[in-house]
Design a protein around this ligand. Structure first.
Ligand SMILES: NC(=O)c1ccc[n+]([C@@H]2O[C@H](COP(=O)([O-])OP(=O)(O)OC[C@H]3O[C@@H](n4cnc5c(N)ncnc54)[C@H](OP(=O)(O)O)[C@@H]3O)[C@@H](O)[C@H]2O)c1
Length: 239
């Protein structure tokens, strides 16, 4: 049996790039599919019909996550690597504090970006216990670094990524002694779809961002007992 990996938010952007790169590298890939009518993931599956499994997955809903875990349990029986990639951003999040804030939208960002990864780990831990890899990856952001924060708004996104970072630290404290290794990663500014349409002004194509991310996500680190937020150039960010 090939090594197995789940990528959440696999439809487009970095998630799709990671799925493609993992398939090229010979992995059995389960891609969380959130956008049933977006064509890129089905097109990738035509190229890798045996190695790519599309699994409906909404990380904001526990029933959806449990159903995805059951599909993977039946098909593979175990999971080696989990890449928590799904994330959302919002245009309204950029309003400064003298403008009305959209708290419903902030709740949505927190629900997907922070709680989503926690739900996925909870539901998939039994499958990961049964796997060999025991690698938990989290796509966070420099926007979640409190120590390096320069922005004056984007409350929903920045606060949700800071909360994700804390969730990962708590998971690390619990699961590292049980043999798990962790990657907390800032992937750079990507020409992806976080604002609904492709961000052409950004620095990295999703394929480039995926190629930079994979060695860090899959490789070894000299100090697995110290959790760090590392970026696409290997730099460490403050908490
Ligand atoms: N883009 C950047 O410059 C940048 C920088 C730092 C960190 N990141 C992080 O990188 C990760 C990937 O983002 P990206 O840039 O590739 O953006 P993206 O193109 O928007 O990809 C994220 C994927 O997750 C999906 N998704 C949204 N809500 C979901 C849910 N509830 N359950 C499952 N999937 C869901 C998105 O669908 P929709 O398109 O329908 O929302 C999309 O397919 C995110 O965690 C993001 O915060 C991105």
């Amino acid at each position: 049996m090939k090594a197995t990996v789940l990528v959440t938010g696999g439809d487009r952007g970095l998630g799709l790039g990671l799925c493609a790169a993992l398939l090229e590298a010979g992995w059995q890939v389960f891609a969380g599919q959130y956008l049933a009518d977006w064509p890129e993931l089905p097109a990738l599956q035509q190229r890798f019909p045996a190695a790519l499994n599309l699994v409906p997955l909404d990380v904001s809903r526990m029933d959806s996550i449990r159903a995805a875990a059951e599909v993977i349990r039946q098909q593979a029986g175990a999971l080696d690597v989990l890449i928590n990639n799904a994330g959302v951003q919002s245009e309204t999040s950029g309003a400064g504090i003298r403008l009305p804030q959209n708290y419903d939208e902030m709740h949505r960002l927190y629900d997907v970006n922070a709680l989503g990864a926690l739900r996925v780990v909870e539901a998939f831990l039994p499958l990961m216990d049964a796997g060999q890899g025991k690698r938990l990856c989290f796509i966070s952001s420099e926007a979640g670094s409190i120590g390096a924060a320069q922005r004056t708004s984007w409350f929903g996104y920045c606060m949700s990524k800071a909360a994700l970072n804390m969730a990962v630290k708590l998971l690390f404290n619990d699961l590292r002694p049980q043999g798990y290794t962790f990657r907390l990663y800032h992937p750079g500014w990507i020409r992806s779809y976080m604002h609904g349409k492709k961000a052409l002004e950004a620095h990295l194509e999703p394929e480039e961002a995926a190629a930079l991310a994979l060695p860090h996500l899959l490789g070894a680190r000299p100090d697995e007992d110290r959790l760090a937020l590392i970026d696409y150039e290997g730099r460490e960010w403050p908490w």
